[in-house]
Design a binder for this molecule. Structure first.
Ligand code: FO1
Length: 305
């Protein structure tokens, strides 16, 4: 069994490569729910949907989120009603949010709903929301505190991050199967996601970080920072806000209490020795995924460890 810790787009792209090499039924993906947001009365789980749509082959590859070829008629009408439509919810995508919200109202957990959505999408991968409890990532900038998605999408992640807060983290319990997936795995893969707001959120759920430290599984991470920059998203601003170096070394240091190996890009080869001093093994390879071959090659490098 392999367990993966995943956020949004970068993780989903990597998992596309991984599922070419391992049987879907041998893979559990623990997904960040700190981005979950309530809009128009609907509960939206961006990272869960990105992973599910990507592995089901229906994601809009160019954007990395939403359904390929989706229309936005409903959002256009909502805009006419004077509502704030900064978050791009397509018409087919809305069906997922309507279904999820309806089932939540019936008292069904996010985990159960995710299983139902995966069944409909024909997925055999087990997608595990990190928690069924309320957990909201909020970002503070000079403009004040806001939901992560407001920072990332509405404000285009322009402003410096003064602080990151995980509202609900103190009480959030891991959803059923999360701790078992980590402790029973032969390998745990920390996908190339934002270390702070996509992986750090999962690590903040009660018991997860300890499970990663204790597991007999090999814990292998992929640095999402290449040559001092994230491939996509505001990981640099987030790491800086925590006083961490924006580099493969900074990521290795952030994960060093549970990571056995980190995979860093060839552009960061010179950081190998410094990272090894942390007690983390280092593998150097191409980590920039432009093609399916790149994704498969990176997954191969992870599995070979
Ligand atoms: N990201 C954007 O940059 N702009 C959007 O309008 C947007 C809409 C959206 C709708 C559904 C969904 O599941 C994801 C969406 N995302 C959008 C992606 C999302 O903001 C981030 O990629 C993740 O939350 C970060 O991992």
């Amino acid at each position: 069994m392999i367990a993966a810790l995943a956020g949004g787009v970068g993780a989903a792209r990597f998992l596309t490569g991984l599922t070419k090499l391992v049987k879907e039924e041998d893979l559990s993906v623990i997904v960040n729910t700190g981005d979950d947001i309530e809009l128009f009365g609907l509960h939206i789980s961006p990272d869960v949907d990105i992973v599910a749509y990507t592995l089901a082959g229906i994601v809009d590859e160019e954007k990395g989120w939403g359904v390929r070829g989706d229309t936005f008629q409903c959002l256009d009408m909502l805009k006419k009603h004077g509502l704030d439509t900064w978050f791009g919810l397509g018409d087919r995508d809305l069906a997922t949010h309507l279904y999820r919200t309806d089932r939540l109202k019936q008292g069904v957990t996010l985990s159960q709903i995710t299983d139902e959505v995966c069944d409909v999408l024909g997925l055999k991968v087990k997608i595990l929301p990190m928690s069924n409890d309320k957990f909201e990532t909020r970002v503070t900038t000079s403009e004040g505190s806001m939901h992560f998605e407001e920072y990332f999408v509405k404000k285009q992640a322009k402003d410096e991050v003064l602080g990151v807060e995980f509202v609900g983290a103190a009480k959030a319990k891991p959803s059923p199967g999360v701790l078992e997936a980590i402790s029973e795995a032969e390998m745990v893969v920390v996908c190339p996601s934002n270390p702070v707001v996509s992986i750090g959120t999962i690590l903040a759920v009660d018991g997860v970080r300890d499970a990663l430290r204790r597991t007999s599984a090999k814990v292998v991470g992929i640095s999402p920072i290449v040559a001092g920059l994230p491939i996509k998203g505001p990981a640099d601003k987030m790491l800086r806000s925590l006083g961490l170096e924006v580099s493969a070394f900074g990521v290795a240091k952030f994960y060093s209490d549970f990571l056995d190996t980190i995979i860093i890009d060839t552009k960061d080869a010179r950081e190998k020795n410094k990272i090894e001093l942390l007690g983390v093994n280092v593998k150097v390879t191409n980590t920039v995924m432009k093609s399916l071959e790149d994704k498969v090659a990176l997954a191969k490098a992870v599995l070979e460890d």
